[in-house]
Design a protein around this ligand. Structure first.
Ligand code: EPZ
Length: 423
């Protein structure tokens, strides 16, 4: 089990390339299942979750070529097994994104129910409800979602669907299924995340008829078939936000190449309120900070896009623990997304959690210790804290980090951090 060894106290300087977005690449790999023509995806990040998704679609009989230049070529003409087995789905919940495309193209799909994970139970009832509204017959048994079209039907039917809550992958599953349905589908209460918009842009390049992406109402006119195409994965706003928080906490100055300011408004606003300088520059984001101890801690509530992203909550909390003042954080999306708190306490942070609310006492002098990663963004939070803590911090179980960050320690070393991976 790999670990990261971090010697804290160094400021970060220089420039770093932000990779393609994990949460765009994963649905976009599934979108390639909607056509028998070849599809090329560029700027695909090198992540454990991407490798798992490629294994999953190869398992279905799909031909996949992955270059080391971030280009993935997918040919789903030979897809023979519209299934996503438990062994793969249990390691990555996003496998459920195969459900909509398989059902739309083949009229059947057998996808393991994704288990919960550290941050919550993560049900997929909205995905199922929406597909049933489009005419699918779905039973859930033995831990599998078994979906098929009714006898005599060859296509899903367009429908007007209002999800009970905003769901990112729910929106993505339903809009992918709707591209090949008969007639119009309207998704109300749709997710507005930039990764949803990026997926829609790829689908339109493949011949889909979609409008309203980036708003809460997405309209899809079904077409008979989709053709192949090429798409470049949008830059990862959460990776960019993570590096913004790292430089903010350690102090220094960096250029985050390819990062998009318009995808991080809520986070950038909070960083500016804290006393960090962030501005668009040279096709990316330039960040300057005097260091955590000179900043003012900022409270926030996580909400759906364009609000403060839940995927940035843990990282910003690490910053708050060393900044001046008390800050109150409310996590409204997931029921158990404070797993990083107990580990931050081991580093000397002062945090109190009461249900969905966490209050940090700032200006803590963090001291290095051995801590354990529990989920993807919690791991990033511990790395940020380790970069500031005095002495050595060892972050254990960093396979969580490898799921969603492309060579994080190499990128941080490139900015001057004293960090290495211990096998
Ligand atoms: C996506 O997860 C992201 N993953 C998550 O990123 C992100 O935290 C989350 O959206 C919220 O932004 C991918 O895109 C692959 P949801 P998703 O459906 O789609 C409830 C990361 O760190 N819900 O928007 O699974 C759910 O329990 C990961 O990169 C239902 O009740 O999240 C949650 O409380 C973590 N029933 C809320 O809705 C459903 O059918 C939002 O979940 C679906 C969701």
């Amino acid at each position: 089990m790999d670990k990261l060894l971090i010697r804290g106290g160094r400021s970060l300087q220089g420039q770093v390339d932000i990779s393609g977005a994990k949460n765009a690449a994963l649905p976009e790999l599934c979108a390639a299942l909607l056509t028998a023509d070849p599809v090329e995806l560029h700027n695909v990040p090198r992540l454990q979750d991407v490798s798992t998704m490629l294994k999953l679609i190869r398992n279905m009989g799909v031909a996949v070529q992955q270059g080391d230049d971030g280009c993935v070529r997918i040919d789903a003409s030979g897809l023979s097994t519209p299934e996503a087995p438990y062994e793969l789905v249990k390691t990555m919940r996003a496998s459920v994104l195969a459900l909509g495309p398989l059902l739309a193209r083949f009229g059947e799909a057998t996808v393991s129910l994704p288990g919960g994970c550290a941050i919550g139970s993560r049900p997929v009832d909205q995905h199922i409800k929406g597909l049933q509204a489009m005419g699918a017959e779905i039973v859930v048994e033995h831990g599998y979602i078994i979906a098929r079209l009714p006898q005599g039907r060859t296509r899903l039917q367009g429908a007007r669907i209002t999800t009970d809550m905003v769901t990112v992958t729910g929106t993505e599953n339903l809009l992918m299924a709707a591209t090949l349905a008969e007639g119009e589908t309207v998704l109300e209460n749709a997710a507005q995340e930039p990764e949803v918009t990026d997926l829609v842009e790829m689908l339109i390049a493949m011949g889909a008829q979609i409008e309203g992406q980036g708003t809460s109402r997405i309209r899809i006119q079904g077409v008979d078939r989709l053709h192949g195409g090429t798409h470049t994965v949008v830059a990862d706003r959460i990776e960019a936000g993570t590096f913004l928080c790292a430089v903010a906490a350690t102090g220094g100055e960096a250029l985050l190449r390819h990062a998009r300011a318009d995808h991080l408004d809520a986070v950038i606003e909070k960083l500016r309120d804290a006393g960090v300088q962030v501005e668009a520059a040279q096709g990316g984001l330039r960040v300057r900070s005097p260091g955590g101890a000179q900043l003012r801690a900022q409270g926030f509530r996580t909400t759906e896009y364009p609000g403060f992203p839940t995927d940035m909550q843990a990282q910003f909390m690490a910053l708050n623990t060393v900044a001046q003042g008390t800050a109150t954080v409310t996590e409204t999306i997931f029921e158990n997304r404070y797993m990083h708190v107990n580990e931050l306490l081991r580093l000397g942070a002062r945090i109190q959690v009461d249900g969905r609310v966490a209050v940090t006492e700032g200006a803590a002098r963090l001291s290095g210790a051995t801590v354990m990663a529990t989920d993807l963004r919690a791991s990033a939070s511990l790395v940020i804290a380790g970069l500031v803590a005095e002495g050595e911090t060892v972050v254990d179980r960093i396979y969580h980090l490898d799921r969603g960050y492309d060579c994080m320690e190499a990128k941080l070393r490139g900015l001057g951090a004293d960090i290495e991976r211990i096998r």
